[in-house]
Design a protein around this ligand. Structure first.
Ligand code: 4AD
Ligand code: MG
Length: 500
C-alpha cells in the first residue's frame, strides 16, 4: 500500500505544471510526505485563524481524523478569496509541504494557489467549530459525518465490516446475499414491516373480509426481513459454511439506546457445527474483529477514548465506566468468555444483591424468566467482569427453529453478552430433526405450508448445524464507546424517525 502512495507522489512530481497535479488524500500526505514536495489537497475547512500576515486553515477530507494545516501568506491572495475560506467551505489547495512549526503534525502545506470549490455561509453553517451535543447532531445527520466524532465512528465501522468479511473469507465461508423482501417472519415475533403495492385507500378484500393479498405484487403477504437466517440455513446445507451481512428490519416499538428499526446483522450458518462449536466461532470472530480495529484504527480509537472520558466527567460516578474504552477492548481480546448455562445464570441472579434489594426493574422470581438487559449487564459487568455466553435457554422464550435438548425444557440457544451492551450475539444449534421441528411449529402455531421449503432441507439430507447473528451496530457501539446506537449508523431509523 505504501508503495502506491509513493507512486502517486512521484507521478505528481513528474508533472510539469501545478494545475495538472493530482489530488492526494490528507492521510497520505501526513503519513508519507517529505518536505519540499508539491501536492494538491482538497477538503473542508474546519477552522481558519488569521493574523496580520498569515492565515492558518485546518483542512479535513475525512481520510483521517487529522487535519492538514494550510498556511497562507495573506498578501499573496485576494481579500475576496480569503473571505470565502470559512468553516464548512470546501477548497482545493496546491502548494509545497514544509516541516511544521506547530505541535502534533509533521508537515504543513504552504499554499501557492487556492480554489474555493463550495462556499459555506459562515452565519448559517450549522457546524460551528465547537462541541455540539449528540442530540443536536442527530438532527443534522446530513452534516454530522463532517465532525471528528462521526468521522471516527464511520471509519471504525468500515474497518469492522472489512474485518468481518476478511475473517470469514479466510475461514472458507461464503458470503450469501440473503433477500430483503420475504414472506416469512424468521423470529416469529410479529414485528415485521409490511411491503405492499396495494392501494391503501382501496384495499381489495376477499369474501370473508380479509385483505386479498392475491392481488398484491407478490400475490402473497410480504414483509422486510427480520433475519437472513432461514435462507442462510438453506445455503449452509449445501456449501457447509456461509454468512450473510445485510440490513434487517424490526418494527418493535422500543425506544432504547440499543434498538434500531433498520440494523445490520452478520449471520454465519454452519453445517456440522454443534452449539459449543458455534460459541467457539462467535468468540473467535468477536476477538478477531476487535483486534483488527485496535490495529487499524489507532488514531480514531484514541480520539474516541478521550471523547468518552470528557463526556463521563459530566456523569454521576455510578454511571461512569470503570475501564477506559481501550481497556474494555483489550479485556475482551485477552480473556476467555465465561460460558454459563441459563439455569446457573438464574441462580446467580436470584441470589444477587440487586435482586434481593429489589433494585432490578424486573425481579427474577425463578427459572423461566426472560432476561432483561439489566440482568445481562449485571452478569457481565458486576459478577463475571468479562464477556459471558449464556446457553440452554427455556424453549418457551426462544424461536421455533432451535434444537430441543433431551431435558424437554430447554433448547440449544446461546447469547453472547458484552459489557455496556448486554446481548450482542444471539444464536443456536438448529433443530435438524423433521418430526421435532414440525411438532414445535405446531405448538407455536406456525403453519407448515408457509415454510415448506425450510422443512424440505430436513427431509432431504438433513445434518446437525448451527449459526448466530451479530448485531453489527451493537458491535460498533462497543468498539467506539458510543452510548446511543443512533450514533453508530449514518442515518438511523427509529420509531418516528426516517429523515435523510
Ligand atoms: O437475537 P436475534 O433476534 O437473533 C436472530 O435474529 C437470529 N436469526 C440470529 C441467528 O441465529 N442467525 O438478533 C441477533 C442480534 C442480537 O443479538 C442483537 O445484537 C441484534 O441482532 N439486534 C438488534 N440490533 C439493533 N436493533 C435491533 N432492533 C436489534 N434486534 C436484534
Ligand atoms: Mg436475541
Amino acid at each position: 500500500m505504501i508503495l502506491t502512495f509513493f507512486a502517486l507522489f512521484f507521478n505528481d512530481l513528474n508533472r510539469s505544471t501545478v494545475s495538472e497535479s493530482k489530488r492526494i488524500k490528507i492521510l497520505t500526505i501526513l503519513q508519507d510526505a517529505s518536505t519540499g514536495i508539491e501536492v494538491k489537497a482538497m477538503g473542508w475547512v474546519r477552522t481558519k485563524r488569521a493574523s496580520k500576515n498569515v492565515a492558518f486553515v485546518s483542512l479535513n477530507d475525512g481520510s483521517t481524523i487529522k487535519n492538514l494545516q494550510v498556511v497562507l501568506d495573506v498578501d499573496h491572495f485576494d481579500d475576496a478569496l480569503l473571505a470565502k475560506i470559512t468553516t464548512g467551505a470546501s477548497i482545493s489547495v496546491v502548494g509545497k509541504l514544509a516541516e511544521s512549526q506547530g505541535a502534533g503534525q509533521t508537515v504543513e502545506l504552504l499554499a501557492e494557489s487556492i480554489e474555493v470549490l463550495g462556499e459555506a455561509d459562515a452565519e448559517k453553517y450549522p457546524l460551528q467549530p465547537k462541541r455540539h451535543s449528540l442530540e443536536f447532531l442527530r438532527e443534522i445527520a446530513h452534516l454530522r459525518p463532517r465532525t471528528n466524532t462521526f468521522g471516527a465512528v464511520m471509519r471504525v465501522r468500515h474497518n469492522l465490516a472489512f474485518a468481518i468479511h476478511q475473517f470469514f473469507h479466510e475461514k472458507g465461508f461464503f458470503h450469501l446475499h440473503s433477500p430483503v423482501l420475504t414472506s416469512s417472519d424468521a423470529e416469529g415475533a410479529g414485528e415485521t414491516f409490511k411491503v405492499t403495492t396495494l392501494d391503501l385507500q382501496q384495499v381489495p378484500k376477499s369474501e370473508d373480509g380479509s385483505i386479498d393479498f392475491k392481488k398484491d405484487f407478490f400475490e402473497k403477504e410480504t414483509n422486510l426481513t427480520v433475519s437472513g437466517q432461514l435462507e442462510g440455513e438453506l445455503a449452509a446445507l449445501a456449501l457447509s459454511e456461509i454468512y450473510t451481512f445485510g440490513p434487517t428490519f424490526r418494527a418493535e416499538n422500543s425506544n432504547t439506546t440499543r434498538h434500531l428499526a433498520e440494523f445490520w446483522m452478520v449471520e454465519p450458518e454452519m453445517a456440522f457445527y454443534d452449539l459449543q462449536d458455534n460459541i467457539a466461532l462467535a468468540e473467535e470472530m468477536l476477538k478477531r474483529i476487535i483486534r483488527f480495529a485496535l490495529e487499524h484504527c489507532e488514531e480514531d480509537l484514541d480520539f474516541l477514548e478521550k471523547r468518552e472520558q470528557d463526556e463521563q466527567k459530566n456523569r454521576p460516578q455510578n454511571e461512569r465506566s470503570e475501564l477506559s474504552l481501550l481497556e474494555r477492548l483489550q479485556l475482551v481480546v485477552d480473556h476467555d468468555f465465561e460460558r454459563v448455562s441459563y439455569t446457573d445464570a438464574i441462580r446467580i441472579l436470584k441470589d444477587s444483591k440487586p435482586n434481593k434489594k429489589k433494585k432490578f426493574q424486573f425481579l427474577i422470581e425463578g427459572w423461566g424468566a426472560d432476561l432483561q438487559s439489566e440482568h445481562e449487564r449485571f452478569l457481565v459487568e458486576k459478577h463475571f467482569k468479562k464477556p459471558v455466553v449464556l446457553f440452554d435457554y427455556p424453549k418457551d422464550i426462544k424461536a421455533f427453529y432451535m434444537r430441543q435438548n433431551d431435558d424437554g425444557k430447554t433448547v440449544g440457544a446461546m447469547d453472547v453478552l458484552f459489557p455496556g451492551i448486554g446481548e450482542i450475539v444471539g444464536g443456536s444449534q438448529r433443530e435438524e430433526r423433521l418430526d421435532r421441528l414440525t411438532q414445535r411449529m405446531g405448538e407455536m402455531g406456525i403453519p407448515e405450508e408457509d415454510l415448506w421449503w425450510y422443512l424440505e432441507t430436513r427431509k432431504y439430507g438433513t445434518v446437525p448445524h448451527s449459526g448466530f447473528g451479530l448485531g453489527f451496530e451493537r458491535m460498533v457501539q462497543f468498539v467506539t464507546g458510543m452510548s446511543n446506537i443512533r450514533d453508530v449508523i449514518a442515518f438511523p431509523r427509529t420509531p418516528g424517525n426516517c429523515e435523510f
